[in-house]
Design a protein around this ligand. Structure first.
Ligand SMILES: [Zn+2]
Length: 321
């Protein structure tokens, strides 16, 4: 699809510098280079800069704010200089930890006393659309990788502690030697259409008025196409024929890869599975235009930056190729 990489987190061709990960001398030299930088995260929230929080901050590795943070996780290289991820999660903000941390949308911001006034840790979901593609890719990579380290401190095979290797792109068990790699969980998300209608569903817990595309985790032993057909049938009772790939989106909340598909329905009658969905409906292009114009009486617009919004806009613009 020609427009596939315009999706938020769609990639900026970051040089991930794989060769540096396994070359300790070259990695040490890259760290010692004064042009090396770190992007900082606090409990999953990236450090953003600018009054509108539309830039990912890059700090020199000797910045006082990083004094107690590990900065040994290599994200890649920009203009020949290494970029690392720094985890400041151990820091406790003066005002304490907000109750909204980890909520669907966390409006709180945290300002570190050693950083300029226009720098703050802020929720990536809220600000991702404003970031340039490179900043979005670095933020998504850092968030996904730090989250994996945080939840994979022990060997899944024997339970002993594991330790990071390869500049943060592997963990090795200290007892049995098993190697563990950062995980990415594939999720199929599908634009199901039937003529001039698209299928939308509403999960329990969605904000009021919000409907989105159906989606579900791909299971072991399953193709993307089979997962699309199974999820749509399970959740809505709709049978699907042809399935085609449209675009993908890394979704580091915490570790998903959204695989966006177009699926053609071969049945029309909706039977919602109440354990999966609160409601599902067919919407026409005309109605969807009203939704995007915030003029629909019941439905609110999909969240900007999410691949569901991207796929629906592509359908409205008749750009499913
Ligand atoms: Zn082990």
């Amino acid at each position: 699809m020609r427009i596939a990489e315009q999706v938020t987190f769609g990639g900026s061709a970051l040089d991930r510098a794989d060769a540096l990960r396994t070359d300790p001398a070259a990695l040490a030299a890259a760290r010692a280079d004064p042009r090396a930088r770190a992007v900082a995260l606090w409990r999953g929230k990236p450090l953003l800069a600018g009054a509108r929080r539309d830039r990912l901050a890059r700090l020199p590795l000797d910045h006082p704010a990083l004094a107690e943070a590990a900065t040994d996780l290599l994200l890649g290289c920009e203009a020949g200089a290494a970029v690392f991820a720094a985890d400041l999660s151990a820091w406790v903000p003066p005002e304490g930890v907000p109750e909204t941390l980890g909520a669907f949308a966390d409006p709180s911001e945290q300002r570190h006393p050693a950083l300029p006034a226009d720098h703050a840790f802020a929720e990536l979901r809220t600000h991702m659309v404003a970031l340039a593609p490179r900043d979005a890719e670095l933020a998504a990579t850092a968030r996904g990788l730090l989250g994996w380290h945080r939840s994979h401190g022990f060997c899944a095979r024997c339970g002993a502690p594991s330790a990071a290797e390869r500049a943060g792109w592997m963990r090795r068990c200290t007892a049995c030697g098993a190697a563990h790699f950062p995980r990415t969980d594939p999720v199929a998300i599908m634009l199901v259409t039937r003529g001039d209608h698209a299928l939308l569903g509403r999960s329990p817990g969605f904000p009021e008025g919000m409907y989105s595309l159906l989606a579900g985790f791909i299971e072991p032993g399953e193709t993307v196409e089979a997962a699309v057909r199974r999820e749509v049938a399970e959740e809505s009772g709709i049978r699907v024929g042809r399935v085609g790939y449209m675009a993908s989106q890394p979704w580091p909340f915490p570790a998903s890869l959204m695989i966006g598909c177009h699926a053609e329905a071969v049945s029309a009658e909706i039977r919602v599975d109440p354990t999966e969905l609160e409601d599902a409906l067919w919407i026409t292009r005309r109605e969807l235009q009203d939704v995007f114009a915030h003029a629909h009486p019941r439905l609110s617009a999909p969240r900007p930056g999410a691949i569901a919004e991207f796929l629906l806009r592509a359908w409205l613009a008749d750009r499913l190729d």
